[in-house]
Write a protein that binds this ligand. Structure first.
Ligand code: F6R
Ligand code: MG
Ligand code: MG
Length: 371
């Protein structure tokens, strides 16, 4: 059967500050999705969270970008916002950029990752959710999972993966999208996705048969709104096993913590720490950035799970290493490269400071040619 998996996320109020989600907001979303399940509009759902973001994981048969499904998510977030306002939670409703819903939540604040698939006889999927970072946080792990045989030995060993995968890459500044096949286009791919503030992997497709392997959200709130309106914390869905990377190959990139944009005030560089959902409460310097991985088996669209995949001692050491990297970056304080370069800052006082200093400009001293 054809099933659509829709993961739609938003931050509609932090508890406390930007650190976590109040349980009552989760309950408000669950109530809404349970009612929609009973009406037969969705097959199943799970309401998850990462840091201060609520992630609605839904299955249905209406395909991607369906207005009814997006409306359900919008209304769930509206219900949660109402509770957030009652409790005076921090930044209540911050990711809902408009009062009225206009048919698709894309461009209205929430982040979206959706795929329509023919459910296999057994269909393991992993939903990744990150907080205090941006969509390009998935560039390294998606490259590792689908193009690096040193990470995914299946690319070499499994005949159904051996042809490789094609990557769809979005230029978030120009709005152009490129399709890059690997392994032959590997260096082209890396040339682009190494520019993490501009190029974002949005989709991965298996070359052999065009089957979708992974989808990632690419909403850049700062670009949508033309001004800083909240973090664009990303989500993604990855299919596992039998011709896709194994669950362990999909998790492996997160065992070697790497640096991402985000953290305090969305204006720093920090390690992405893999954590269990119950550990995804940011603290130190509003971080470090976190990633949660929930595994499900699909059964005729029903979500069997989740299994909280980073809730494992095997990820204690990556967490410790991420913390070491956090220490190193914090030592650098407000200085680049701990702080993002000027054009990437989500907050800046620089123009104000420069114009203030202009008034006190010291006349340039002319140097003579003679020593
Ligand atoms: C980063 C984030 C936080 C806030 C910080 C300041 O994504 O959400 O680090 O930027 O706590 O928040 P305000 O400006 O709301 O006081
Ligand atoms: Mg927040
Ligand atoms: Mg967030």
């Amino acid at each position: 059967m054809k099933v659509t998996i829709s993961v739609i996320k938003a931050d509609v109020g932090g508890y406390v500050g930007h650190s976590s989600v109040h349980p009552k907001l989760i309950e408000a979303c669950e109530e809404k999705l349970q009612a929609e399940k009973e009406k037969g509009n969705i097959i199943d759902y799970f309401v998850a969270r990462a840091g201060d973001d609520i992630n609605l994981i839904m299955t249905h048969t209406f395909g991607v970008d369906n207005p009814e499904i997006h409306k359900i998510a919008w209304e769930a977030f509206k219900d949660a916002t109402k509770v957030a306002k009652e409790l005076k939670l921090y930044g209540a409703g911050q990711d809902l950029l408009s009062d009225a819903f206009s048919g698709n939540v894309k461009g209205m604040g929430p982040g979206v990752a959706e795929m329509e698939i023919q459910e296999r006889p057994s269909e393991p999927i992993i939903v990744f959710m990150a907080d205090k970072t941006s969509p390009s946080a998935w560039n390294i792990p998606l490259y590792e999972m689908f193009a690096n045989p040193m990470n995914t030995s299946g690319l070499v060993i499994d005949p159904s993966m051996h042809e490789g995968f094609e990557f769809e890459v979005l230029d978030v500044k120009e709005g152009d999208s490129y399709r890059i096949p690997t392994p032959e286009g590997l260096y082209d791919l890396l040339a682009l996705i190494g520019s993490i503030s501009r190029y974002v992997i949005t989709k991965v497709i298996r070359k052999k048969d065009g089957e979708i392997a992974a989808v990632a959200s690419s909403q850049k709130l700062s670009l949508i709104a033309g001004k800083y309106v909240g973090k664009d914390d990303p989500v993604m869905v990855v299919r596992a096993q039998s011709g896709f990377p194994a669950v362990g190959e999909i998790l492996e990139p997160f065992a070697k913590p790497f640096l991402v944009e985000g953290w305090m005030r969305g204006s720093h560089v920090g390690p992405l720490m893999p954590v269990a959902m119950h550990q995804s409460n940011v603290s130190r310097f509003d971080g470090p950035p976190r990633v949660v991985a929930l595994g499900f088996q699909l059964s005729n669209g029903k979500l069997i799970g989740p299994r909280d995949l980073f809730d494992d001692p095997a990820f204690d050491e990556p967490r410790r290493i991420a913390y070491e990297i956090a220490n190193l970056m914090r030592r650098q304080g407000i200085f680049e490269p701990s702080r993002l370069p000027e054009e990437e800052l989500e907050y800046t006082t620089l123009p104000m400071i420069i114009s203030k200093l202009k008034g006190k400009e010291v006349k340039k001293v002319e140097h003579s040619d003679v020593d």
